[in-house]
Structure formats: C-alpha cells, structure tokens
Ligand binder design. Structure first.
Ligand code: TC6
Ligand code: NDP
Length: 271
C-alpha cells in the first residue's frame, strides 16, 4: 500500500489488516508510517512500514525485495501515493509538470514493474491504481489529469499483457473525498470545492475514505476475479454533474469556476 501513512491509504491499510492481510505501508514520512503500523498492531493486525519515495527507482526495488522477504510474497499492490498542486495550465513550469507526472504516473509504473518482476509474474496477484475524476479533463490540475489519464491506460495495457500470469490490474477513480489529502489544500480552495463544486454534483456530498477503501478491497479480492482492465469510479456521479454544468446550466457561479476565460475579472484568485 503506497501512501499508507495517511488518508485513503491509511484507511485501506486498516481495512485490509482487519481482513487478515499482512500490510506493507509505504511512504516518505516515517512518523506517519510508524503511527499507522502501530495502530494496526494495536488492533491485532500485521503491518510493517517501508520508507520510500515511489519516484526513487533503486529504493522501490529494495522495498519490493524487502516486502517479499518479510511477508513471503506480494498478492496485492495498491498504487495510492500521489498528489499535485493547483495551477493554471499556462503557468505550469516544465519542472513542475514533470514532478507531478513522476509522482502520479512514473512512480506507479516503477512499482508495478518491480512487483511483477519480483513476485507476481510467478504467482499472480491484483493491482489497483488510484487515479482521480479526470473525465472531461481536470481543469486547474492539468498536469495531474494528464498523469492520471496515463495511469488509466497503463492499467488497461498491463491488464492485457499480464492476464496470462494471473494478474488483474484495475484503476479506481475517487471523486472529491473528505480526507487528509484535501486538508493539504489552502482553505480558499477547499471552500470553493465545498461551496461551489460539491452542491453541483448529483449526490451533493464528499465521499469518505472508507467508501474508497471498500472499492480497493473489492478489486483486490476474489469477488473481483472477473474484473480487470477497468476503472471503478467512486465519485457520486461527479463527472455527470460537471457535464451538466458545462452544458450551460443557469448556474453561473459553478460555470465560472470551470472557465476562467469567461469569468468576470472580479472573481480572479477566488478559486
Ligand atoms: C482538489 C481535490 C482533489 C484532489 C485531491 C488529492 O489529490 S488529495 C492528495 C493531496 N496531496 C498532495 O497533493 C501532496 C503531494 N504533492 C506534492 O508532493 C507536490 O505537489 C509535488 C507532486 C509537486 C511533488 O513535489 P516535489 O517535492 O517532488 O517537488 P518540488 O517541491 O521539488 O517541486 C518540483 C517543482 O514543482 C513545481 N511546484 C511544486 N509545488 C508547486 C506549487 N505549489 N505551485 C507551483 N509550482 C509548484 C515547481 O516548479 C517545483 O520546482 P521549483 O520551482 O521549486 O524548483
Ligand atoms: N482526497 C481526494 O479527494 C482525492 C484523492 N485522490 C488521490 O488518492 C490518493 C490518496 O489521497 P489522500 O489519501 O486523499 O491524500 P494524502 O495526501 O493523505 O495521501 C497521499 C499519500 O501519498 C504519499 N505520497 C505522496 N507522494 C509520495 C511519493 N512520491 N512517494 C511515496 N509516498 C508518497 C503521502 O505520504 P508522504 O508524504 O509521507 O510520502 C501520503 O500518505 C492520492 O493519489 C490522491 O491524489 C484522487 C482524487 C481525489
């Protein structure tokens, strides 16, 4: 479980441990990893932490070998680590674009390849790649939208190539989830999502970390034995709400939120 030290990853690590899995918790901040590992052990589960930046190829190789040695195998991989910063597309530097792509596509690719070569090729398994609500693009997060779109097709390609090895590969796309990840954004961005984005979505609420972890657990489990090469969208039909907005509802506030060009100058900087 990459990114297991917080938010959706932490919640999923707990859920998997409760179900009897040995959980490897991977991330950069050791204190977070230690906390989650201790929580799981206190609850009677089995977990171990591995400090690793998913973009560090050599470290990923080491971690995969360490996990196989420690637990005897890797039956499931959840590529959950990721994140980005908000920026108008034209202001994204090449360095920033590449940093976000490396965090949300290349790192996950490295993990998938190393887990395949290090264990799953011989034994099969299930891989879940966390992406985002990227349908109709991701205005404000174009670099991450591009990376997540790449992760979606990477998942589909891997599902096709690795099916013969007994490996299933799926993506999971969360919508707006009330998690520690959302807390990393500045208050004005969070309040924009809360007050202008969520009310336009069909289910009109944030999702919860446990609603995402339930989907991850399903995709990892034998209940999903015939599910591969697809994407499970857990988003309260958020993209459908966006299409409704883009098609020209009478709600100018939401419409302006997605189209800076058509937004009055006075709203500049409010999202
Ligand atoms: C919204 C709701 C839905 C989404 C929810 C979630 O995803 S929840 C999950 C939420 N959790 C997260 O999103 C957390 C994870 N996010 C991150 O760790 C970072 O956003 C990262 C992916 C860029 C990696 O960073 P890193 O440590 O590898 O890289 P670095 O710091 O060395 O930067 C490299 C270059 O990127 C550029 N640049 C970077 N930041 C900014 C900025 N704010 N402004 C402008 N530009 C920025 C800059 O060019 C910089 O180079 P420079 O000019 O400094 O020489
Ligand atoms: N919350 C939401 O609304 C949505 C979330 N998502 C995605 O779901 C995933 C989980 O998000 P969430 O739990 O909300 O957010 P968090 O920010 O709490 O989780 C992201 C985790 O990834 C880890 N991480 C980030 N970059 C790296 C890296 N380079 N190497 C190793 N670990 C890394 C972080 O730990 P550390 O910093 O210690 O390394 C952190 O534990 C992310 O990919 C996020 O983008 C997608 C759509 C919506």
């Amino acid at each position: 479980m990459t990114g297991g030290g917080s938010g959706i990853g932490r919640c999923t690590a707990h859920e998997l441990a409760d179900l009897g899995a040995n959980v490897a918790i991977i991330g950069r901040k050791q204190e977070r990893l230690d906390n989650v590992t201790a929580e799981i052990r206190d609850d009677g589960g089995t977990a171990a932490s591995f400090n690793c930046d998913i973009r560090d190829e050599e470290r990923v190789k080491e971690v995969v070998a360490e996990v196989v040695e420690r637990f005897g195998g890797i039956h499931g991989l959840v590529n959950n680590a990721g994140g980005q910063y908000k920026s108008p597309l034209e202001e994204i530097s090449t360095k920033g674009f590449e940093a976000v792509v490396r965090n949300n596509l290349t790192g996950g690719f490295i993990f998938m390849r190393e887990v395949f070569n290090g264990y799953m090729k011989e034994h099969g398994g299930s891989i879940v790649n966390i992406i985002a609500d990227i349908w109709h693009g991701w205005p404000g997060f174009a670099h991450s939208g591009a990376a997540r779109g790449g992760m979606l097709t990477l998942s589909e390609s891997a599902a096709g190539e690795w099916a013969e090895y007994g490996i299933r590969v799926n993506a999971l796309a969360p919508g707006s989830i009330a998690s520690s990840g959302l807390d990393t954004y500045p208050e004005h961005q969070r309040s924009y999502i809360r007050n202008s984005v969520i009310p336009r979505q069909p289910l009109r609420r944030f999702g919860t970390e446990s609603e995402i972890s339930a989907g991850i657990v399903f995709l990892l489990s034998p209940a999903a034995a015939f599910v591969t090469g697809t994407c499970l969208r857990i988003d309260g039909a958020a993209p459908n709400g966006r299409r409704w907005v883009l098609n020209g509802s009478n709600n100018n506030e939401a419409y302006n939120g997605f189209h800076r060009a058509q937004r009055p100058k006075i709203l500049e900087g409010t999202d």
